[in-house]
Design a protein around this ligand. Structure first.
Ligand SMILES: O=P(O)(O)OC[C@H]1O[C@H](OP(=O)(O)OP(=O)(O)O)[C@H](O)[C@@H]1O
Ligand code: HPA
Length: 179
């Protein structure tokens, strides 16, 4: 397995450097600071891929806020998605809260849509979403994200939280696997 991971990393294309990703996160934070300034938001980290984006946004946000996590996994360390498995639900009551869901990637949008409906079902007053990457697809998605860092071509990606078979989430940039 580790040989495969090393090969994928060595042959991948760098699409966005660390510097470019950090600048995109700066922009997202600025937008969120304006849009949610007086909303006392509850930030939900979508485990596991959302961890870097969540952490990097967190210290750039200036309003009073609280945090929790959710884990709705669809890819289970594979490169194509299946049905959603709910591994963790937030402990914080969502009723009446403004929720900001933070994830690494909006691909088909199935995961974000499921989390959105979950939050609404729990009585959240408003549900926003922020994704580092919105993958450009040739068809409509079930929902759009409110805050997007980068729009990226339709290839299998890794880095900044996004994994290849569970690995390479720590890659310092956004990389695309060779076909
Ligand atoms: O838009 P979609 O096609 O639904 O895919 C996007 C989701 O897929 C990944 O999660 P994954 O299920 O791989 O879990 P992970 O966060 O642990 O990597 C990613 O973190 C998003 O949550
Ligand atoms: O391109 C991707 N890379 C990593 N994880 C993902 N989850 C959905 N799409 C992707």
């Amino acid at each position: 397995m580790l040989e495969e991971i090393k090969h994928v990393q060595a042959t991948a294309d760098l699409l966005h450097s660390e510097q470019q990703v950090e600048a995109a996160i700066d922009n997202m934070a600025q937008e969120i600071n304006i849009a949610l300034a007086d909303r006392n938001p509850l930030l939900l980290c979508v485990l596991n891929g959302g961890i870097p984006t969540f952490g990097k946004l967190l210290t750039r946000l200036t309003m009073p806020l609280t945090i929790d996590s959710i884990n709705a996994s669809r890819y289970q360390n594979q490169t194509s998605g299946g049905s959603i498995e709910w591994l963790l639900k937030p402990e914080t009551p969502l009723k009446g809260r403004t929720v900001l869901i933070i994830d690494d990637i909006l691909d088909e949008g199935i995961t974000l849509q499921a989390i959105y409906h979950y939050c609404r079902g729990q009585g959240a007053a408003a549900v926003y979403s922020a994704v580092l990457v919105d993958k450009i697809l040739d068809h409509e998605k079930p929902l759009t994200a409110d805050f997007v860092g980068l729009h990226v071509e339709n290839r299998y990606l890794f880095g900044y939280g996004m994994d290849y078979k569970g690995y390479l989430r720590n890659a310092p940039g956004i990389f695309a696997c060779k076909e």
